[in-house]
Design a protein around this ligand. Structure first.
Ligand code: GLA
Length: 782
């Protein structure tokens, strides 16, 4: 998988090759990253530099007057040696200078992954991976640099990171250090980033690379809802299922920096690492600094091919603990049902209703501790609020378990309200900058995780509750960006953001590594910290505070480029939606949330009897196909119809598949709809059937009078009453065919277009949707 011969490093995964070589001057010249190619044929792949580019600086004019770092694809670079693209490293050396020029010294190839000391990273239980460590040296600066490459062959992922060692006698200051750099020839690349804000996370944005730099970064202290650390580059013409796509991501939850730079010589430089914003790390003599781990993949099978690599990689090499690969429970969360206003009996009623519908886990969200009756007070305190839970947490947990459900609770341990016992006793625990008034966000301050006493406080308080009440699930929240970055614990404030992250990972390790049975779902006002660092601790992440099904199409689809369905918390909530006021049917809400880790987050008592029946059927359906919906191969389908979204997930043995058809906006006199399917066994026989769902008569308003022998007022009480008792069944289509035929696209029945109704009409309208189950028939093997 990894070889070194004639100064050439060859790294191979099942379907990709990654090649670079040591040049005559000791630099690492990148040669190729792409589809797997035969060994020993690099001549045609090399970037040629047989002449000198005008106004360039020659590295060694006497030995080779065409050797110039500015037009060489490089695995690493420095400052002051003629490469005028973005440097991956900026170190202020002991003598006050910045020039660094790292050249090759040695290499070693190890079996397995090399765990990190301070940060989470990918792992491999089977030891089938190999790691290459290339040692580079900058003798004049007294620096050594270890470039790590770990090859995860079966998932077609290569991870990269760097370790800088100060071999000099005095300390140096690291002002920038990337985890990876990759230079490639431009293929008409477009860059895809996943951006947004609170309640509109991870929307996909594309732009074609032009000369100059595009930076995808965060400075909020977290990986952020503004720009997810993961990004993609695709060659002109790539689609969901075809074409050349590169993917990059970072195993880190703090400020990140991603770069795509198109140089004047048409080389594309990709970098990813810690954001240099306010970063300044003192590296003492003899000390070393390790960067977070970056991950890269490549596929010729379009975006879906690229995502498949990332999905398998996350499921197998990032997520860990007892819940790895395990089916996740269907949960009820009381947040959007109650917000801060609940009592023990209200919660128990909700739990009982949920249990009757098939829910398996009850999650008690914010508001159970301290004086937390709104978001102005209580964060930092752990005393159970006895007005709400008079018998305490342990007894409440037992009551929930007695109903046959698992029990989970919400914490926001990184924060403190000024109105809390903790802040009154320890104001110095909060992050503030001396001489300045600290800024509040959601009425709270950030706790200083650089301070070991703060970390101990969190670890002991959270652990006590977890053990005392035998908590099965934790939602770990973090609801504001960091400001006032400063810690009295640090001599150098340029270390604050990164040390905060190391502190957080320390807290997670101490609490959860010894309690692997707890299912941790991380959250940060929804998807403000949806990243691979978090996923090393929490197998799932709350995708967004936006539970509107139509908005979720964009959010969950954006996430799906980088993260598997098993990581996405997705809930059915009330309609009209609390973030958008949009009204959607209970079926569409389920049809979107079922592609992920399903939960319900609404007051079930407000559902009509028929809606409750619908929910019970949804949960049963979800459980029947849960493995496919959480761990199947997820596919986004291209469509020429702008008003459609098509999703599909296929079990890894291709015996089951669920397809979702979503129509964000109806179109008058809509033409035929063809459901795209792929990744089925060509010669397998399947039966495909629409999931049954009710169409509530309130959707039809006065139209209902065309169906009835008498007329009723569509705004009257009788109509509302009838709606509670009676619903129509949406059209069910059933087909039997081979995978080969199904994959040509399934021509679906007509939609309702106002010219009549019968049981074969698909009733979509605005925000309509259907799910289809495709199951292999017994005895039909390829
Ligand atoms: C954040 C979370 C929500 C909920 C609230 C509670 O906004 O994202 O899901 O837990 O906090 O305050």
């Amino acid at each position: 998988m990894i070889a070194f011969q004639d100064q050439l490093f060859t790294l191979e995964t099942d379907h990709t090759s990654y090649l670079f070589r040591v040049t005559a001057f000791g630099h690492l010249e990148h040669i190729y990253y792409g589809e797997r190619v035969p060994d020993g044929e690099i001549e045609t792949l090399l970037t040629k530099h047989v002449i000198m580019q005008g106004s360039s600086v020659q590295y060694d004019a006497q030995k080779d007057d065409t050797y110039c770092l500015d037009n060489l694809p490089l695995e690493w670079s420095g400052i002051g040696s003629g490469d005028y693209r973005q440097t991956p490293i900026e170190v202020k050396l002991a003598d006050g200078t910045y020039r660094t020029d790292f050249v090759y010294e040695s290499y070693e190839i190890l079996t397995g992954c090399v765990p990190m000391e301070t940060l989470p990273s990918a792992y491999d239980e089977s030891n089938q991976t190999q790691t290459l460590i290339v040692t580079m040296i900058d003798r004049a600066g007294g620096l050594k640099l270890l470039l790590h490459y770990t090859v995860f062959s079966a998932t077609d992922v290569i991870t990269r990171r760097a370790v800088l060692i100060n071999t000099g006698e005095a300390s140096v200051s690291i002002r920038r250090i990337m985890s990876m750099q990759l230079d490639m020839e431009n293929e008409g690349f477009s860059l895809v980033t996943f951006d947004g804000a609170w309640i509109k996370e991870t929307h996909r944005h594309d732009r074609t690379l032009k000369y100059g730099q595009y930076v995808n970064s965060s400075v909020t202290g977290a990986s952020s809802n503004r720009h997810n650390p993961g990004f993609l580059l695709y060659a002109d013409g790539a689609t969901q299922s075809h074409g050349r796509v590169y993917g990059f991501n970072l195993v880190y939850s703090g400020n990140h920096f991603g770069l795509a730079e198109l140089s004047p010589f048409d080389l594309v430089r990709v970098q990813l690492g810690i954001n240099p914003h306010c970063f300044d790390w003192t590296l003492e003599s003899g000390g070393h600094f390790e960067t977070p781990e970056a991950i890269m993949t490549f596929s010729t099978d379009g975006f879906n091919g690229m995502s498949a690599h990332f999905h398998d990689f996350v499921n197998q090499h990032i997520v860990r603990g007892d819940w790895k690969g395990k089916e996740r429970p269907v949960l009820i969360n009381n947040w959007e049902a109650c917000f801060f206003r609940f009592t023990r009996s209200k919660l128990l009623r909700l739990a009982r209703q949920a249990r009757r519908l098939g829910v398996e886990l009850f999650v008690l969200d914010d508001g159970w501790f301290g004086k937390r009756n709104d978001d102005h007070a209580g964060l930092g305190d752990y005393e159970v609020n006895r007005k709400k839970l008079p018998r305490g947490m342990k007894s409440f947990a037992e009551e929930i378990r007695a109903l046959g459900m698992l029990f989970g609770i919400w914490f926001e341990p990184e924060m403190v309200n000024p109105d809390s016992d903790l802040f009154r006793a320890h104001p110095e625990f909060a992050v503030t900058t001396p001489g300045r008034t600290p800024l509040l966000g959601r009425n709270q301050l950030v706790l200083d995780l650089c301070n070991p006493a703060v970390r101990d406080y969190i670890v002991s308080n959270v652990s006590n509750i977890l053990d005392d009440a035998k908590i099965d699930y934790v939602k770990w929240d973090m609801n504001r960006h960091i400001s006032d970055a400063y810690s009295p614990m640090l001599a150098n404030q340029g270390e604050f953001y990164h040390r905060y992250m190391m502190g957080l990972y320390d807290v997670f390790s101490r609490i959860f590594r010894q309690r692997p049975q707890i299912l941790l779902e991380s959250c940060s006002s929804g998807g403000n910290r949806f990243d691979l660092g978090m996923l090393c601790f929490s197998p799932q992440v709350w995708s967004s505070d936006d539970t509107d099904a139509i908005e979720r199409l964009k959010i969950q689809e954006g996430l799906s480029y980088l993260y598997p369905l098993s990581t996405m918390g997705a809930h059915v909530s009330a309609s009209p939606n609390q973030q958008t006021l949009r009204q959607t049917s209970i079926s569409t809400r389920f049809n979107v949330a079922s592609f992920g880790c399903l939960g319900y987050e609404l007051d079930l008592k407000h559902l009509t009897m028929l809606e409750r029946k619908e929910v019970r059927e949804q949960i049963a359906y979800y459980k029947q196909y849960r493995r496919t919906l959480q761990y199947g191969r997820f596919l986004r389908h291209d469509t020429s119809k702008k008003n459609k979204v098509y999703w599909q997930t296929v079990s890894l043995d291709q015996s089951k598949s669920i397809a979702g058809v979503y129509q964000p906006l109806a179109q008058a006199a809509e033409g035929n709809d063809i459901l795209p399917l792929s990744q089925l066994g060509e010669n397998k026989q399947y039966r495909m059937q629409t999931k049954g769902q009710r169409v509530f008569i309130r959707r039809f308003g006065g139209l209902i009078n065309h169906l009835l022998p008498f007329t009723i007022n569509p705004n009257g009480a009788l109509f509302r009453w009838a709606d509670r008792l009676y619903a129509m069944n949406d059209c069910i289509e059933t087909y039997t065919a081979s995978g080969k035929t199904l994959m040509q696209g399934v021509h679906l029945n007509n939609q309702f277009i106002g010219t009549g109704y019968n049981g074969n009409v698909r009733m979509l309208g605005d925000f309509g949707s259907n799910l289809y189950a495709i199951e292999q028939l017994p005895d039909s093997n390829e």
